[in-house]
Design a protein. Sequence first.
Length: 251
Amino acid sequence: MLLQTPTPLSRDEQARLHAVVDDGGAVVTVLAAPESAPRQDAGAWHWPTKSRRGQVTAELPGFAGCLDSAWDVRFLDAGAVPDGVDVIAHERTALGGRGRAAGNVDRRDRVAHVYIRTNVIHRFNTAELSTPPGARLRGATDLARALLRQAGERPLLDTDSPRVLCTPRVAPERLFLFVENDCADATRAHLSRRVDDDSARFGLQRAQRYVLRDALNGRALGERTGAALLDAGSAVDVHGMGTAVAVVTPA
């Protein structure tokens, strides 16, 4: 779950988010933080430009670079964070260096809590999803994946495009690959395993042969071994703003 809110979270809201985690989910909050989080006692910055945009930098396993920031940045006193809290984001100074702390990972609970103290997901909930250069959108996508890893989640498949999402689901005797294309153009999505993922989570046996079929669009996608699927991946054609469901079953 990705939660974006400019107001502090109430005790009831915190309890609901804990329920999501108890059910096996992960939560990333943008802008706000619970009362139990380290206090934002180093002030705030409102981007003075007409677009209210600027940049922050982030550095954590799986991502290092600049991010587009919108609206405001709320700061954390990095010199007063307790043990178990790591600063992962900073404002970007006029000279391109690190400024005040603008994000952290809190590992004091049984699961990691990630707080990004500015809006870095605005491209994903506006029409800008289809307009920015792919490199800039990919940077935000890589950050999202890195944040999920901090919270104990690992995306299983890559599609070679920040605008195409693949969600795998394992069922008895079959693997479902749900593919969504958020781009207006049709594309061939290459579905490949990310190097940091455990292949056993796909339920595939390397020596077994499997049949692939796009069940939603009625297309045969060929036959491959489990080893080929895990190591080389597979491809599926997806219409613009469309979906596909690849089903993998033993041959």
